[in-house]
Design a protein around this ligand. Structure first.
Ligand code: GLN
Length: 544
């Protein structure tokens, strides 16, 4: 029988609820438990696929082709929980289903209401979110206690707990202890008030996780305990970690979060929880031997979260090579009216991420041209792969007006063209080519060296594709198609074989990298960038 941990947040948003949830999953898995994780989001979008990365960060894609909140990315990077469309529900998806049933007459004449119809649908989603055979399902509720829109979700989890034995469910509430510089102290009042909000609607948190910049004193712990009606041993400090978010599981273990959960849910105790692999990861992260700088040339550069999985994947690969990866974030648009070589000077590698629409494409193409001509390790992902193809067509294969029909509908030479299956698609949400597809790796290519496998499964999110009309011409000119989706003879990867690393992939490898298992493409890209840095340093010292 699956046990449920409901994680809510109070005081402010952006407290790191997703990371805390993911870290708790790690600690429970280390105790031999099978964990599922789910996010319930109070916004009205049916899924986050239609949200702008400027506003909401990247759209993460699951293996089964669901366009998801980036928190699901944290869940997958940290834990082994099976993540897919069952791992998320939103106000939009819940209401869609209830309205569908009402139109179909399934409520048999009843008045359809928030309680019980919406809350019942939420409870159903919670049950199906617990993947088959999970010992524990951790359910994170988006938003902050007191928000109007999260009320039905809080009501649903209250009922869910009420309907089950006491040790089958529990509530973990994450709050903030703000630090007031003027008085030099941390305050507990906002925590008391947000717990008060939960108690008003019938939820008594079992465990409080308190985010803070400074250590929590014993005095504060007992005050919080008294006012919030939570045992002192269940008031857990979660302090900002200095090195990396991957230190959070270690820190929470040290402060007893997993023990508190084990006690509440009466889970079997284990003699020793071995965290040595995470400890080793954090030690390597904190003590790099080398440093490299990678240019990320994108459209949504201002917001770190817009390319979250890419930055994470680069850092994972860096740590595997004992290397700190610095990011030079370059707005692609800025490469139109400035000297590209100035912007990219001294860079050890160039990464061009995914994107949509006209803005930034020409700047990305300029960056790719500079990287190709200067032998820089170059990695194009999705729109980045398309930019590599257009640049090569224009500047090497001599197809001067090559473009993508996404940007120029009437282009004479669309080397990137709309996929046939997309021609009559007008709805935006959930209609791209999404999720994992099999890619055959062409033998004797860089890609084959990198993967050391002949078939890989990678995740997609696009509408345009490499146009096979130009395949022969481009291959003859030296752009090799190195990955193929055989069913439809779709080019999934291109490369220039005489460069150390010059690879473009139509898919998103960044969704499959983990801190303890970096993705081979990122691993090899970072390795090539490191080689470039070490070689140019030794060339400089010879000159000196
Ligand atoms: N806009 C391009 C397409 O739809 C690339 C998409 C992406 O980079 N995710 O094909």
């Amino acid at each position: 029988m699956t046990k449920f941990i409901f994680v809510t947040g109070g005081v402010v948003s952006s407290l790191g609820k997703g990371i805390t949830t993911a870290a708790l999953a790690v600690l429970l898995e280390k105790r031999g438990l099978k964990v599922a994780i789910q996010k319930l989001d109070p916004y009205i979008n049916v899924d986050p696929g239609t949200m702008s990365p400027f506003e909401h960060g990247e759209v993460y894609v699951t293996e089964d082709g669901y366009e998801a909140d980036l928190d699901l990315g944290h869940y997958e990077r940290f834990s082994n929980a099976p993540i897919g469309r069952h791992s998320n529900a939103t106000t939009g998806s819940i209401y869609s289903e209830v309205i569908r049933k009402e139109r179909a007459g399934e409520y048999l004449g009843q008045t359809v209401q928030v309680i019980p119809h919406i809350t019942n649908e939420i409870k159903k989603a919670i049950t199906s979110g617990a993947a088959e055979g999970a010992d524990i399902s951790i359910v994170e509720i988006g938003g902050t206690a007191g928000d109007i829109e999260s009320l039905p979700f809080l009501e649903a989890i209250r009922q869910y707990a009420l309907e089950r034995p006491k040790t089958q469910t529990m509530f973990v509430h994450l709050t903030l202890l703000p630090y007031l510089k003027a008085s030099g102290e941390m305050k507990t009042k906002p925590t008391q008030q947000s717990v008060g909000k939960l108690r008003e609607i019938g939820i008594q948190p079992d465990v409080l996780v308190c985010r803070c910049e400074h250590p929590m004193t014993e005095g504060m712990r007992s005050k919080i305990s008294l006012f919030c009606n939570v045992r002192e041993s269940d008031v857990i400090q979660e302090i900002d970690v200095p090195t990396t978010i991957y230190e959070v599981p270690l820190d929470l273990q040290k402060h007893g979060l997993d023990s508190a959960v084990v006690n509440h849910l009466e889970l079997p105790s284990v003699a020793k929880v071995d965290m040595s692999d995470w400890q080793d990861l954090v030690t390597r992260w904190a003590n790099p031997k080398h440093e490299i700088e990678i240019a990320v040339v994108g459209k949504y550069i201002e917001l770190h979260d817009a390319y979250k999985s890419i930055y994470e994947s680069l850092a994972h690969a860096g740590t595997a090579h004992n290397t700190k990866v610095h990011f030079r974030k370059i707005a692609a648009e800025s490469l139109l009216d400035c000297e590209v070589s100035e912007s990219l000077k001294g860079i050890n590698g160039v990464l061009v991420p995914g994107g949509f629409g006209e803005r930034g494409l020409e700047g990305k193409i300029n960056a790719v041209q500079w990287a190709r001509e200067n032998n820089s390790p170059t990695f194009g992902i999705c729109f980045g792969m398309q930019a590599i193809t257009i640049e090569y067509a224009r500047n090497v294969a001599g197809i001067k007006d090559a473009n993508t029909s996404e940007v120029d509908e009437n282009c004479a030479n669309p080397v990137i063209d709309l996929m046939a299956e997309q021609e009559n698609v007008s709805d935006k949400g959930g209609t791209m080519r999404l999720g994992a597809y099999a890619c055959r790796v062409v033998p004797n290519t860089r890609l084959a060296d990198i993967y050391d496998r002949d078939m890989v499964f990678e995740r997609h999110r696009h509408r345009w594709e490499f146009n096979n009309t130009y395949r022969e011409q481009l291959e003859k000119a030296g752009l090799t198609a190195s990955g193929i989706f055989e069913k439809r003879d779709l080019v999934e990867a291109v490369e220039i074989s005489d460069h150390d690393f010059f690879v473009g992939v139509q898919y998103h490898p960044e969704f499959k990298s983990k801190p303890l298992a970096p993705h081979p493409l990122f691993d090899h890209f970072v390795a090539a960038s490191l080689r470039l840095m070490l070689n140019s340093n030794s060339a400089q010292s010879v000159e000196a």
